[in-house]
Ligand binder design. Structure first.
Ligand code: TXA
Ligand code: MG
Length: 329
């Protein structure tokens, strides 16, 4: 299919231009759009035929459920049967923002959105373009990250276009995503908040609001977050996650790149150095971008520094360990 492109300034979203994209969603089309985390590939949550096209466009396995995006708090009840007190408190504290909340699903939500589970995952973004699009479309928008299944999520318009050109009706260019890793996914259907995917909203944040919380999903014996069992975030280059960058000694070799914090630039020793910035927040914003850039530049081997397992570092480690497929040094 021929993909249409529109450019929208996040500082002042042009509602007239967005109306075209919203109409496309309303008529069962696919629209890729920017959020504060990564670009999403959206369709009308309540149109199962449209949602089905998402799975095809991404090459996504059918048993991996989708997040529904809303632009106002009340819309959560179009999707969920009820909102427990702790979930309400999390919404008030972190919406719009990078937190996806899993709740009991209303039967009106098509099976295909939840891949047959009795739960639904809901997120209200903070991105002006995403929120205006959802509001004008007048329906929750089901959207996974706008990458081909298995690839790093796109955090720039160019990377979204590289994967989705010809596969979707429209792509909205809203510039770069500020956070750079996908939202935290928290399951609120049990006695305690359970984080199934770490993100910018941390376990400490959730415990501060709810008084309790834990990691689950891949960290537990039986994964509840179906997406976790698939290969993820893999560039063509072979990725190695490096625990101790200080004592790491890479030989100078063509096609090798080092991703590390600025104060480790000396480690690169003639190899390509891709800066992860100075902080975990900067690293998160660059990680997927750099993994894709490495492929564009013909890099064959990437050595990427593992941050400390705390705060945003936990989310970066989670993505990096997956793209390294267990190769840790
Ligand atoms: O930041 C984000 O969350 C981005 C932007 C576009 O909003 N979206 C995103 O979607 O990352 P996706 O589909 O790439 O990842 C959603 C994750 C998957 O691992 C999926 O298995 C899990 O959330 N998930 C979705 N609904 C679920 C449910 N009902 N129960 C358990 N896990 C669920
Ligand atoms: Mg994804």
């Amino acid at each position: 299919m021929k993909t249409a492109y529109i450019k929208i300034d996040p500082a002042a979203p042009d509602e007239k231009a967005l109306k075209e994209a919203a109409e496309c969603i309303k008529h069962g089309g696919l629209v890729a759009f920017p959020t504060e985390t990564v670009y999403g590939l959206g369709a009308d949550t309540f149109n199962p035929d449209a949602v089905k096209k998402i799975y095809t466009a991404k090459g996504r396995p059918g048993d991996n459920p989708l997040i529904s995006h809303i632009a106002d708090m009340d819309s959560v009840l179009k999707l969920a049967q009820y909102v427990p007190e702790d979930a309400k408190n999390l919404m008030e504290e972190f919406w719009g923002g990078p937190l996806t909340i899993i709740l009991k699903r209303r039967k009106e939500v098509p099976d295909i959105v939840s891949a047959g589970l009795d739960t639904v995952s809901v997120r209200m973004p903070s991105h002006s373009v995403a929120n205006a699009l959802i509001r004008i479309a007048g329906t929750p928008i089901a959207a996974p990250s706008a990458n081909l299944s298995g690839s790093p999520s796109p955090t720039t318009f160019e990377h979204c276009k590289a994967d989705m050109d010809g596969r979707v009706d429209m792509i909205i260019d809203g510039g770069d995503c500020s956070i750079g890793v996908e939202s935290t996914v928290v399951d609120m259907t049990g006695d305690e908040p359970v984080i199934l995917r770490p993100g910018a909203v941390t376990l400490e944040d959730i415990v501060r609001v709810c008084g309790k919380g834990m990691f689950g999903g891949e960290y537990a014996d039986a994964p509840k977050c179906p997406g976790m069992k698939y290969t993820h975030y893999s560039p063509d280059a072979e990725v190695f996650a490096v625990n101790d960058m200080e004592s790491f000694a890479a030989d100078k070799k063509d096609g090798t790149a080092i991703i590390a914090y600025n104060n480790y630039a000396h480690i690169a020793k003639g190899n390509r150095f891709y800066s992860a910035g100075d902080t975990d927040t900067e690293y998160a914003a660059r990680l997927f971008y750099l993994l894709r850039k490495a492929d564009e530049e013909g890099i064959k081997t990437i050595y990427a520094q593992l941050p400390e397992n705390k705060g945003m570092g936990t989310a970066i480690r989670n993505r990096l360990l997956k793209s390294a497929g267990g190769r840790i040094i």
